[in-house]
Design a protein around this ligand. Structure first.
Ligand code: NAP
Length: 249
């Protein structure tokens, strides 16, 4: 019997959960538990870390998981590496639902960097107004450039103080439209953007807005991950699950 675990927390994972539920598949959806009110899913849902690769392997065995779908954000590298290791250890079938990275188009002014340290270094020394769009857990590194005014966008209001003297916090959940992103950048007089090359449409508008304004974007490239089967659409994942199920996996 096929029983799937979907590692989620993205809009693609949510679409996959809907499709899996509609197809009547036996599947569990997993959230890391980063947001206070995660979107409700049409599948049974669990929340919280597994306890590393070994914890995930134990979960897989305990729950009788036969297929694991890594539909996490492309920068959720630790979870993705743990998924590879746990699936190898338990001989569980693994597939990644991964959106293509954005490709530069004429008019884009990107400075591509491989890590957060390089992203901090790429920002100017003179004070600037910076939209920092890289995930809450990575903002600390930018405290070494406190001269900038940082605009941060979070799903939940921040718990404690932020590591910069001058911040502007927006509490909002995507997806965001181009006109709204342009207005947000115009009203805040944003001069620089720091972003991850997430791909997909939900986070794309800020990159399009940056191009419209001719603003520089410090773009973090995707983290290196171990080889695994990857597809770009929900349909392909459903087919993969259905195919394996038909084979009696
Ligand atoms: P990460 O650094 O790769 O993961 C850190 C740890 O969080 C993992 O080792 C794991 O803990 C736990 N974890 C991550 N994803 C999990 C999941 N789906 N279910 C259960 N545990 C999970 O990941 P991150 O960058 O902090 O991202 C955390 C989550 O937020 C991911 O699920 C990701 O998909 C989501 N996210 C969404 C967006 C978005 O734009 N929608 C953006 C960024 C992140 P253990 O080692 O204890 O198992």
């Amino acid at each position: 019997m096929m029983r799937a675990l979907i590692l989620g927390g993205t809009s693609d994972a949510n679409l996959l959960a809907d499709a899996a539920a509609r197809a009547g598949l036996d599947a569990i959806y997993s959230y890391a538990g980063r947001t206070r009110a995660p979107s409700a899913q049409s599948l049974p849902t669990r929340i919280g870390g597994f306890g590393g690769a070994s914890g995930l392997a134990e979960f897989i065995i305990r729950e009788g998981i036969t297929h694991l779908v890594d539909a996490t954000h492309p920068f959720a590298a630790e979870m993705s590496r743990n998924a590879v290791a746990a699936c190898m250890a338990t001989r569980t079938a693994l597939i990644a639902l991964e959106r293509e990275p954005w490709a530069k188009v004429p008019g884009d002014n990107w400075i591509e960097v491989a890590d957060i340290t390089s992203a901090v270094a790429a920002l100017p020394e003179n004070p600037a107004r910076v939209l920092l769009s890289i995930g809450r857990q990575h903002i600390e590194a930018f405290s070494t450039k406190p001269q900038h005014v940082y605009t941060l966008r979070f799903v939940d209001p921040p718990d404690g103080s932020l590591p910069f003297p001058d911040t502007d916090v927006i509490v909002s959940r995507g997806p965001f439209k181009l006109a709204c992103e342009m207005e947000m950048m115009r009203s805040r007089r944003i001069e620089w953007i720091v972003a991850r090359n997430s791909g997909g449409t939900g986070a794309r508008a800020k990159i399009d807005a940056a191009r419209e304004f001719g603003l520089p974007v410090v773009m973090l490239t995707r983290p290196d991950l171990p080889d695994r089967l990857r597809v770009g659409s929900v349909t392909e994942v459903i087919q993969w699950l259905g195919h394996r199920a038909c084979l009696g996996a």
